[in-house]
Design a protein around this ligand. Sequence first.
Ligand SMILES: Cc1cc2nc3c(=O)[nH]c(=O)nc-3n(C[C@H](O)[C@H](O)[C@H](O)COP(=O)(O)OP(=O)(O)OC[C@H]3O[C@@H](n4cnc5c(N)ncnc54)[C@H](O)[C@@H]3O)c2cc1C
Length: 416
Amino acid sequence: MLLEHQKFDIILAGAGLSGLSLAVEMARRPGFRQKKILLLDRDRKQKNDRTWCFWATEADHLPPVVFRSWEHCRFYAPGFEKNMRIAPFRYHMVRGIDFYNWVFDQLDRHPNITRINTNISAIDAHQGVVFSEAGAFSAQLIFNSAFTHTPIMPRPSEVYPQVPFSDDRLVEKNKSRLEVEYGPLVRLLQHFKGWVVKAPPGTFDAGAMTFMDFRIPQHGETRFVYVLPLSDAEALVEFTVFSPALLALEIYDDVLRNYLSEFLGLKSYSVQDEEFGVIPMTNFPFPSGQDGRVINIGTAGGFVKASSGYAFKRTLQKIERFVDSWEHTGQPDPELLVSPWSFRAFDSIFLQVLQSQNELGAEIFTSLFKKLPPALVLRFLDEQSTFAENLRLVSAPPPGPFLRALVQQMPMLFRL
Ligand SMILES: Cc1cc2nc3c(=O)[nH]c(=O)nc-3n(C[C@H](O)[C@H](O)[C@H](O)COP(=O)(O)OP(=O)(O)OC[C@H]3O[C@@H](n4cnc5c(N)ncnc54)[C@H](O)[C@@H]3O)c2cc1C
């Protein structure tokens, strides 16, 4: 028997990037004005908990909260460097807090949308009920971005105490089932620590950001630093690793300190702010359909680009296409949230290479930026490149590891 619960048409369980993007997209469309929509999230989103960076063209629809943009990107590796104009793209930075405030300002104008801050304990997909500390809520349709039902994130630890998603209790059970069913499942992590550094004026070139700097010691992993100058005296400097496990806390700080002195020549600076994050890089075949009354979105729905960890622009684009079709047809079509199979296959093979030979990242990215126009690489990562362009892309890196990975991934590719 069901407990007393409040009824809505649509519930968004989790209101971070994907939940808020969905809410704001529904809010601006007349077709959703009659729907009672509920947003549930345990976090009030009053802090700048992350910065989102991404590349976009003039034609891309962006929220009016871009904080900084760059036309030039630098790439460095041992013995190679390139200063690239990335037109027609520009590289953009959006601060989390600006995005949250902009979305809340839009949502607060719509009385059909309710926001409640509460911890969700469970979701009953079959009955369409969300259980939380603020009570139970039911709806015809629930969009989940709070719970990952797959073991894609590390467990909370001293290094990473606040994992942004809630595991359900099935995760551990799923883990062994997944290994049996899928075999070559790749689970890497993109983990990073960044410092906002203040230094003497003239230290940074505010017109160019460093996309990847692989000159730092790799220690058998894929490690790089990126630098986003906010002015000529301030920059976000971020140390990033693609690997199976997190590092000890002090290693992130040591690498940042060494980079500032060795590569940026900084003797005096102060750290104004810092960010730490983990993004899953996995070829797990996220369920693409509707499970009972639940549709998974965001990281929990496989929106993160597996080979790069980028999700911001993809999330906005997937959600816009999905809501547009829903408004016109009257039916939500979760298939519109899924990336094309070919690109998921490329990602899967690339991840397998990095899992088998984690040290190859620097060589692979260097070969791409050495041999190809940067806009082509970015279009490929956006899943917008043509078949002929894809062939150019896949023939740029050393073929051996990719052919071996293709063979290893073969059983997986047909289940993606
Ligand atoms: C620090 C950081 C930096 C990133 N930088 C970039 C970047 O530069 N570019 C890029 O493209 N991508 C980036 N990403 C990746 C990706 O864009 C973000 O992780 C993005 O926020 C994912 O959107 P989401 O909706 O899946 O998750 P989130 O935005 O994390 O939203 C999930 C929500 O669920 C809520 N929640 C979880 N459990 C519960 C519960 N039990 N009860 C109630 N609420 C719950 C959380 O509070 C959260 O608000 C970054 C990720 C991180 C962590």
